[in-house]
Write a protein that binds this ligand. Structure first.
Ligand SMILES: [Zn+2]
Ligand SMILES: [Zn+2]
Length: 161
């Protein structure tokens, strides 16, 4: 059953709503359930437009679900990570929403600006193929991989010059 976004305290833009609808369609195909709690967390991540820690997410989830506790948010994050709907940014112990949510087991390349903290995700078949070939040489099975590239984005580079 679709969540009526108007029932949530937060308002979602058309664009964000259609992303969540897209994720929900993927869930249906995979025979898994996008509960309203999972939708709320996705909505919070979409609205923030930056990487968020589990505790930042929990604080915002509490606006909708006052009884939410740390295990609540970790359960939701675990599910979203497993489905590749979000990625964990290991260097900052935070989470970002993935723009390639319909591609299970993709190799995520996070380009992170260390100044403004903006993160963009890239997806490269070439890089994926190279990593898969390397893993195969070692008879290693890749479960998940996130590549982090740190530096300065275009805007910050101009400012700091
Ligand atoms: Zn991704
Ligand atoms: Zn920047």
């Amino acid at each position: 059953m679709p969540v009526k976004y108007s029932e949530l305290k937060m308002e979602l833009s058309q664009q964000h709503q259609s992303i969540i609808d897209g994720i929900e369609a993927v869930c249906k195909k995979r025979n898994i359930k996008l509960t309203s709690q999972r939708k709320i967390v996705l909505a919070i991540m979409l609205k923030s437009e930056k990487a968020m820690s589990a505790y930042e997410l929990l604080d915002l989830l509490k606006i909708e679900e006052p009884h939410a506790k740390p295990p609540t948010i970790y359960r939701v994050l675990e599910f979203l990570l497993e489905q590749d709907f979000i990625h964990k940014v290991e260097s900052s112990n935070s989470y970002v929403i993935c723009p390639h949510f319909n591609q299970l087991d993709h190799i995520s390349i996070l380009i992170i600006c260390d100044n403004c903290k903006q993160i963009t995700e890239s997806n490269s078949e070439q890089v994926a193929d190279t990593l898969k070939a390397l893993a195969k040489q070692q008879q290693f099975q890749i479960k998940h991989s996130v590549i982090e590239i740190h530096g300065l984005c275009h805007t910050c580079k101009l400012i700091t010059q």
